[in-house]
Design a protein around this ligand. Structure first.
Ligand SMILES: [Zn+2]
Ligand SMILES: [Zn+2]
Length: 212
């Protein structure tokens, strides 16, 4: 009687001893063994592919979660960062005149205390707009106003200051800017005057930045 161990598990042929069986296997079933090996290679490839897909899903998930910060942390492309970026750091000045009277620009526009600072912000009531960003970018008055109206706890908002006036005028360094205020660039040391209502006979054309 032939021991089960000495039967070829591939073709069922019986052998006197296991060395003959092994010999038979390597002679007759070499190709099959190879095929088997290839199969296991391809399943290893499958595992690798699945791992790669999982890794990709993780990368995409991390990317999405990073970009799903609460909407208010990015306003019109201007980010609110936990620390001030100073690689690009310029200043412009803003005056707001409503019905002939100068109105104070609030301090803390673009600053969420203990949270973050938008790249455009005010540190005090001087009207100086600080433009502090990780890289040189042309920001606009429109972006600043959006940030103003969307910084929690800033009162009054720009909308409130101008009483919802849609036809306010903007002067930059003494010249009226006829384009939409959204497009007015904030350049270093610009003096920007927003006028709602009657335009005073003289307007500030520059600002003393005192080293800023
Ligand atoms: Zn600052
Ligand atoms: Zn500054």
């Amino acid at each position: 009687m032939v021991d089960a161990e000495k039967k070829c598990d591939i073709c069922g042929k019986a052998f006197e001893n296991s060395s003959k069986l092994n010999q038979h296997k390597s002679d007759s079933h070499k190709n099959l063994a190879k095929v088997k090996k290839t199969t296991s290679n391809s399943s290893r490839n499958k595992v690798t592919a699945i791992a790669a897909v999982i890794a990709m899903i993780i990368v995409v998930a991390v990317y999405l979660s990073e970009n799903q910060q609460s909407p208010a942390t990015v306003i019109q492309g201007v980010r609110c960062d936990p620390t001030e970026s100073i690689d690009f750091h310029i200043h412009a000045h803003l005056d707001v005149i409503v019905d002939g009277k100068s109105v104070t620009v609030p301090a803390g526009i673009g600053i969420k205390p203990n949270e973050c600072l938008y790249w455009l912000h005010t540190h005090n009531t001087s009207g100086v707009i600080h433009i502090e960003a990780p890289q040189e970018t042309t920001f606009t008055l429109g972006q600043f106003i959006q940030i103003w109206d969307n910084t929690p706890s800033i009162s009054p908002t720009f909308e409130e200051i101008i009483n919802g006036d849609k036809n306010f005028k903007v002067f930059v360094n003494g010249f009226e800017y006829k384009d939409s205020y959204d497009k007015i660039p904030l350049n270093a040391h610009d003096e920007i005057v927003i006028v709602s209502g009657s335009v005073p006979p003289t307007l500030p054309q520059s600002y003393e930045f005192n080293g800023l």
